[in-house]
Design a protein around this ligand. Sequence first.
Ligand code: ZN
Length: 142
Amino acid sequence: MFREYKTNAVVCQGNLSRGEDLLKGLTAVLNKKNITCGCITGIGAVTQARIAYFNHAQKRYEELFLQQGMEILSLTGNISQKDGVIFPHIHVVLSGSDFKAIGGHLLDETLVYAFEYEILQFEGTPFVRKFDDDTGLFLWKE
Ligand code: ZN
């Protein structure tokens, strides 16, 4: 699938507070501003993280809970719709005191120590996620 969008030239920039749930906090910003289509970037730090890896053979997510303070080296994601609601799909690259990168699909229960983000909003019809039998993932279908 491929669509061209015009940006509305508004880039939101903001931060989340210490202790906030990273995924829920970003979702709340999108809902508050009614941003249904676009992309997200961010950097910061977390006090704990829950991330996932999609096992292709078993077609299910394996989760990893990291109970330590870590840098968010990179957070990137896209914004579309799933089941009639705004759905941010976000991946993170984190590092701890060993300076080694670890990352995955962002889940809730990832708690902010400090976080700064940019959201670029697109004008137009957002993609809608539907279950894809071939991959076992919710992919852009319309
Ligand atoms: Zn993902």
